[in-house]
Design a protein around this ligand. Structure first.
Ligand code: V55
Ligand code: FE
Length: 482
């Protein structure tokens, strides 16, 4: 069967489907020195394209999942990437072509895949209870081998998770084994159900709180603090009747608001505090923290539709708008349902991260991608969250960066004392690099730069897993291992 990708920007240049699995031992050092104390594996997930889209075109976030791992120990670095061989991948591999239609719209799929999940496993990777899980928000996690990335299978937490999918943005705590996660549209496409789970690494569920969002929204990311789980809902709506008619999975409803639920951990649906603001979008969260009666959420806020490729129900495409890292403040002592919002920086930026050990607590610094140019170039920003000062590092002309990953310098190092790992794309040269920056001063440029002999086409999110923890890899034994 002929394989030919469309002559559209999404499938050409840097975006040209790579479709290659790589194994590279001993990445070549371009400059600097790999810090001797770095010991662990950085796992990431991103979209590639197994075959040309069934309907002629598709949206970027619908590419089949490629899992990536960069393992660092004793100054040497290896790279491996593998397709995530889940049900969708295997069905299409057998057919030699794409069988799934529009993003998440199963009514547009080839009849031969009825009942087979269209999950692409392309968004994030976490390590929980000795298992490496690749995530996509419309499906359950897909477990792969942490050393080879070979497929193991769908993981439903031994049947304990009853939701039909789990978010790709759980909060994962490096030191206590706790996993806080959720599902939205948790009883199937177009359902208003949300469930929040708090589980430990022994497989026990501490919280399972079901509630309804105001409509069948997207809820791509959430945030947690010691007492709350914070869920943003927005005017991107799934309407079952419309997707049955072949509509996009979400439609933009500018008449609707941003609605934020503060779910009390250990509480019930009746304890939820609801807050509302004008139509806009919240995508990725940097962090959240409590301060007396106030809960602060630092997140990328869009003054309109964050996904302009999802039109209104009338088919009207609204214009895109820049993501601005903003602080949303929810005052629990106020008796109205409004919230405050102010920009933390004025430069647009996305893919925000912080020191994962400080999730839910006030922290000094955050990191994100900034300065995206029309030619695709971008760099890394470090935000001083107290002053709003933005420091930057960019890899130069015709080079772009993936989401940064903070790694502590050593166990117990102070917040922000560590490294930033960054995959750099050399857009003109057709390959990538790994840059290692000192997180305390990114303006000095990488302490080490290593050559990746392939294009790491795109990755969305990932996780650093400490080497000692990985080597003690046995499900159910994590508590003893750490
Ligand atoms: C997002 C990303 C997705 C997705 C839905 O960034 C929302 C938001 C990577 O895939 O399926
Ligand atoms: Fe995301």
């Amino acid at each position: 069967m002929e394989v030919r990708f469309p002559d559209l920007p999404l499938y050409t240049g840097w975006g040209k489907p790579l479709r290659t699995e790589s194994t590279v031992d001993g990445l070549e050092l371009i400059e600097g020195t790999v810090p001797a104390e770095l010991d662990g594996t950085w796992y990431r997930a991103g979209p590639d394209r197994q075959y040309a889209p069934m309907l002629g075109d598709d949206i970027f976030i619908d590419g089949e999942g490629m899992a990536h791992m960069i393992r660092i120990r004793d100054g040497s670095v290896s790279y491996r990437s593998r397709w995530v061989r889940n049900a969708r991948f295997n069905a299409q591999a057998a057919a030699g072509r794409s069988l799934f239609g529009k993003y998440r719209n199963r009514f547009t799929d080839d009849p031969s895949v009825e009942g087979i999940s269209g999950g692409t496993a392309n968004t994030n990777v976490i390590f929980h209870n000795g298992r490496l899980l690749v995530l996509k928000e419309d499906d359950l996690p897909f477990e792969v081998d942490p050393d080879t990335l070979d497929p193991i299978g769908i993981y439903d937490f031994d049947g304990k998770v009853r939701a039909t999918s789990l978010s790709a943005h759980p909060k994962w705590f490096p030191d206590d084994g706790r996993l806080l996660t959720y599902s939205y549209q948790a009883k199937g496409d177009g359902s208003k159900d949300v469930v929040f789970y708090d589980m430990d690494d022994q497989g026990n569920i501490h919280d399972e709180i079901w509630f309804e969002m105001p409509w069948a929204s997207i809820c791509h990311d959430f945030a947690v603090t010691p007492h709350f789980a914070i869920f943003p809902f927005m005017p991107l709506v799934t309407t079952l009747d419309n997707i049955k008619q072949g509509s996009t999975f979400y439609e933009w409803h500018p008449d609707k608001q941003v609605v934020v639920a503060l779910v009390k951990r250990g509480g019930t649906a009746d304890d939820i505090r609801w807050f509302r603001g004008p139509a806009g979008s919240l995508s990725h969260m940097m962090n959240a923290f409590e301060d007396g009666d106030k809960v602060h959420l630092d997140a990328c806020y869009y003054d309109g539709n964050c996904f302009p490729f999802f039109p209104t129900p009338e088919g009207k495409h609204v214009e895109g708008c820049p993501p601005i890292l903003s602080r949303l403040t929810f005052d629990l002592s106020r008796n109205d349902d409004g919230f405050d919002r102010r920009p933390l920086i004025n430069t647009p930026g996305e893919m925000p991260r912080a020191d994962d050990r400080y999730q839910g607590q006030a922290c000094g610094k955050g990191y994100l991608i900034v300065g995206r140019q029309p030619d695709g170039s971008s760099g890394i920003g470090c935000v001083d969250l107290a002053t709003g000062e933005l420091t930057r590092w960019a890899p130069g002309a015709l080079a772009s960066v993936h989401e940064p990953q903070f790694v502590p310098r050593y166990k117990g190092s102070a917040e922000g004392d560590g490294w930033l790992l960054v995959i750099v794309n050399r857009l003109d040269a057709g390959h990538s690099e790994l840059a290692i920056l000192d997180a305390q001063d990114i303006t000095r440029g990488p302490v080490a730069r290593l050559h990746l002999p392939v294009r790491v086409r795109s990755t969305f999110h990932g996780t650093w897993v400490d080497g000692e923890k990985l080597r003690a890899n046995a499900p159910g034994e994590m508590a003893e291992a750490v």
